[in-house]
Ligand binder design. Structure first.
Ligand code: XIL
Length: 371
């Protein structure tokens, strides 16, 4: 199906309803029709991959990834607990495959993430001396960022260093090294991977108080002559409650500091949740009320999801001169981490493609905005 046909057929599909709006992903994967092509002159369109996906174990996902996205982030395999499970013992078996997948398919590869308080190997949690932690940090960054230099094009150097009120999170790094750990991490990453973009990444930094914290980090880095190229707003938002105004103000405020802005982990929660954000340690108990749509998302909610995605992309397009990338946190609904977080075993629907890797109404809306 070429662009023109999608354009002509689209309004008709709308009239006959969302249920029918599912012409196959296969047709949509015809060269030149993917989101990455449609938004080519605006920003990169990325997705997060799990290990089955970058090992090509899922043919449907594989086809969709290649057709729709031009950037990839590893969902887990570059996190410290996986690449350095024990002090000085590195395991790159999965991350090498992830990077190979990206190189083979000419995708803009993101490294996620070097310094983060979550998903740390247990030995780091147990470190109590400043010198040991400093040594861990510099070795980890040198080894991991150094290994993929030239292949990984951008690193989330520091992830989630802030509290909701904009103060620095009391992580093991802050406790032992003070706030200069952030500057050190960026400087070390710049040495290990000299031609790689360097990012600060966090959730809820569109919120005014936390935004101020992110601004303080960017200024701290700039004052210390440490290179920071962009800031990543994770973008784990909720249907019907997307904070458009805060997002816009943040895009403008970050860009005014001379850095690019990226939306790095976009998904829209459609299930009940009593808090916002993406603190991976936060949990809620499962119950039938917490998992209201185990078979199918009601059409009305599916439409709301589509409308929120459309409004978000309209906002991103308005600021495309400031935005370098929009990455979804997962390929299709069945892959999303939101099926297991903050409640284990739910059936969630936060992305553009359904469990059969077929496009949803939200996907068509994003295609159509640009026509
Ligand atoms: C999540 C992964 O998607 C899950 O598979 C894992 O169990 C926990 O971490 N912010 C981040 C990501 O920066 O690394 C997190 O990814 C989601 C929140």
């Amino acid at each position: 199906m070429n662009l023109k046909i999608v354009h002509i057929v689209f309004p008709f599909l709308w009239i006959i309803g969302a249920g029918v709006v599912n012409c196959s992903a296969q047709k949509l994967s015809v060269k030149g029709n993917g989101l990455k092509d449609i938004y080519k002159s605006d920003f990169l369109i990325g997705t997060a991959l799990n290990s089955d996906q970058f090992q090509g174990k899922n043919a449907l996902a594989d086809r969709l990834i290649k057709a729709q996205f031009n950037s990839i982030t590893p969902e887990n395999v570059l996190k410290a607990e996986i690449v350095q499970p024990a002090w000085g013992r590195f395991d790159f078996s999965l991350s090498d495959r992830f990077v190979d997948y990206g190189v083979r398919n000419k995708l803009f590869i993101i490294g996620h993430t070097l310094i983060w308080h979550s998903q740390l190997p247990p030995f780091v949690e147990a470190i109590t001396s400043k010198d040991s932690l400093r040594q861990f940090m510099s070795q980890h960054i040198a080894k991991v960022a150094g290994r993929y230099t030239g292949k990984i094009k951008g690193w989330d150097v520091v992830n989630e260093a802030l509290n909701e009120d904009g103060t620095y999170r009391n992580s093991v790094f802050l406790k032992l090294l003070g706030k200069d750990y952030i500057t050190d991490a960026f400087k070390q990453a710049a040495v290990a991977a000299p031609h790689t973009e360097l990012y600060y990444n966090d959730y809820n930094i569109e919120q005014p108080r936390k935004r101020e914290g992110a601004i303080a980090i960017i200024k701290q880095l700039q004052a210390a002559d440490a290179r920071i190229d962009a800031v990543g707003i994770q973008g784990h938002w909720h249907v019907g409650k997307v904070p458009y105004r805060d997002i816009e103000e943040s895009i403008v405020a970050f860009a005014a500091l001379g850095v690019k802005v990226m939306i790095t982990e976009l998904d829209l929660e459609v299930l009940p949740r009593n808090f916002s954000g993406a603190d991976v340690s936060q949990r809620m108990v499962n119950s039938p009320e917490m998992n209201p749509f185990p078979k199918k998302l009601p059409d009305s909610l599916q439409r709301k999801l589509a409308i929120d995605y459309e409004q978000l992309f309209n906002l991103f397009l308005k600021h495309k001169d400031k935005i370098s990338r929009v990455t979804f946190w997962g390929v299709a609904d069945g892959d999303s981490w939101l099926n297991d977080w903050p409640v284990k075993g739910r059936t969630n629907y936060p992305l553009l493609f359904d469990r059969n890797y077929k496009p949803k109404e939200a996907f068509y809306r994003l295609l159509n905005i640009k026509r």
